[in-house]
Ligand binder design. Structure first.
Ligand SMILES: Cc1cc2nc3c(=O)[nH]c(=O)nc-3n(C[C@H](O)[C@H](O)[C@H](O)COP(=O)(O)OP(=O)(O)OC[C@H]3O[C@@H](n4cnc5c(N)ncnc54)[C@H](O)[C@@H]3O)c2cc1C
Length: 480
């Protein structure tokens, strides 16, 4: 069993045997599509075995294809269909649910060579891009023209837009601007039959037919391959006004988040770190954080001038009313950048303490105090260290297990299995979700059924069956 499925209510299927005629596929690609770059050496295949997900049973890809054009992607899909070889689409491999991890004998299609910005359209505030571009590079390209692409996973300096579309990635400013799905106006996809289809375009309003774009976004490469995306931009906002608030109890921080939500505040960032995370970040980055606080909130406004100051003032009042022990403003933009970077690097800081394993649960925002209390209890009951940080503004928390490097792995795993199950149970009990942004992938399938129920699962299976009847696209992921 993989660690991703603690005490599964519905056990995952055993790994499927290698499917299709791999050698036949490679010979056919060499003969019919010789311009497509194919990596077959063991090192390249091995480096595409895993993504960033821990403790996952993965497979060794047959080969790694690096297409440069949509036509090459479509040709690859048609050949895979002909030879019955499954496909794993892959961006940068930073995923945390095993969505782009290798499947034994499958062809991994890496989009890293398809990384061009195709058009920046000022009149419509859109950018059209290939999927392999790194999120930060896309942001930089549009920023050079005074524009802003909002979705910003903490991994934005390494993850790709294709991966973000695959997982429907969230991030630090999604509380105000929404997740990746909210930024997508148009897609070019390659279907499981190898057909190139365009969905949407540049229209802000478009309700013609079923909404296929939101279905594809977040489907983790199981319904189609994305070869181009038209994304929504904004005019670049002014520099942020930044508030830090420290709390004597985690409860008080949760109450502050709930109060801001209830008060209708929509800051661009509303992030939480608990004491363990604050100390880990401070140890690495020496930001002068209050190491004795039980929790810290980072609140940012990107409203201009006086409006930004007023928004942060309201956030400050909410924090103080909830019992903050200290609140302070960033002195300038440089300090604000440091603080934001510290939060982005929270996971890496926890990794300095031991073996860190990030979880990804979500709850309705009013239940954040309950969830934070439950995490503390679970850590105590299961004798595990959990550092919690996350996008508190959207109710999305990343409780992160930190294991002692000297502890035998098996002993640590056993305790974490129980704690993970308790975490998921608690999130579901509060009306939440077992994944806010990382996806089901290959690591939480047992819990998907539990969360959604049989009727919704049947609908999802019907969609998969209709769009990918031969089960070629990332088989076994999401639905199991
Ligand atoms: C330190 C750290 C911090 C992180 N912070 C965040 C965060 O704040 N928010 C967040 O949401 N995630 C976060 N993540 C998780 C991860 O970065 C995201 O899930 C990201 O979207 C993955 O992008 P990628 O390019 O690495 O894609 P991959 O991991 O390679 O793939 C992700 C999924 O997308 C599919 N896919 C990739 N390209 C395509 C394509 N062209 N067409 C169809 N399917 C495709 C893959 O099959 C897979 O299922 C973090 C990860 C790390 C390691």
């Amino acid at each position: 069993m993989t660690l991703g499925d603690p005490a599964p209510p519905h056990a995952p299927a055993t790994p499927a045997p290698v499917r299709g005629d791999g050698p036949g596929l490679l010979a056919a690609i060499a003969e019919r599509e010789p311009s497509i770059r194919i990596l077959v050496d063991p090192g390249a295949r091995e480096s595409h075995r895993r993504d960033e997900t821990a403790w996952l049973e993965t497979g060794l890809p047959l080969a790694v294809a690096e297409p440069a054009t949509t036509a090459q992607v479509a040709a690859l899909v048609r050949l895979c269909a002909e030879f019955g070889v499954p496909i794993v689409p892959r961006g940068a491999g930073t995923g945390l649910s095993g969505g782009s991890a290798g499947i034994e004998g499958a062809l991994t299609i890496s989009f890293m060579r398809m990384a061009r910005v195709l058009e920046i359209d000022h009149a419509n505030l859109t950018v059209t891009t290939q999927p392999g571009i790194v999120n930060a590079d896309l942001k930089a390209a549009v920023a050079a023209e005074g524009l802003f692409y909002a979705p910003d996973p903490a991994s934005y300096e390494t993850c790709t837009i294709g991966g973000n579309l695959g997982t429907n990635a969230g991030g630090l400013c999604c509380v105000k601007y929404g997740v990746t799905r909210d930024a997508v106006l148009g897609l070019e996809i390659v279907t499981a039959a190898g057909t190139v289809v365009r969905l949407g375009g540049k229209n802000i309003k478009d309700v013609a037919g079923y909404a296929l774009i939101p279905l594809i976004v977040g489907s983790q490469g199981t319904l189609a391959l994305v070869t181009e995306a038209t994304l929504r931009l904004r005019v670049a906002p002014p520099p942020h006004t930044t508030l830090l608030a420290f709390f004597p109890t985690i409860d008080a921080a949760g109450e502050a988040v709930a109060a801001m939500t209830m008060g209708g505040l929509v800051p661009v960032t509303l992030e939480l770190m608990d004491r363990i995370t604050v100390r880990a970040v401070d140890d690495v980055h020496h930001l002068g954080l209050d190491r004795d606080a039980a929790a810290m909130l980072l609140v940012e406004s990107d409203l201009p001038g006086a409006a930004g100051i007023a928004e942060i003032e309201q956030a400050d009042v909410a924090c103080q009313t909830a019992g903050a022990s200290m609140t302070m403003r960033a002195a300038d933009a440089v300090e604000a950048d440091w603080l934001r970077a510290g939060r982005r690097l929270a996971y890496r800081a926890l990794e300095e303490m031991g073996v860190a394993r990030m979880e990804d649960i979500g709850v309705p925002r009013s239940r954040i105090p309950d969830m934070l209390r439950a995490i503390e209890l679970i850590a105590a009951n299961h004798r595990v260290t959990i550092g919690t940080f996350g996008h508190a503004g959207d109710g999305n928390l990343h409780p992160t297990f930190v294991l002692d490097r000297n502890e035998p792995e098996a002993a640590g795993l056993e305790r974490i299995m129980g704690a993970k199950a308790a975490l998921y149970e608690a999130a579901l009990a509060f009306g939440g979700t077992v994944t806010g942004e990382h996806g089901i992938g290959a690591s939480r399938q047992a819990w998907l059924h539990r969360q959604r129920g049989e009727d919704a699962m049947a609908m999802m299976r019907a969609v998969k069956g209709a769009l990918d009847p031969a089960n070629l696209l990332n088989p076994g992921r999401v639905l199991g």
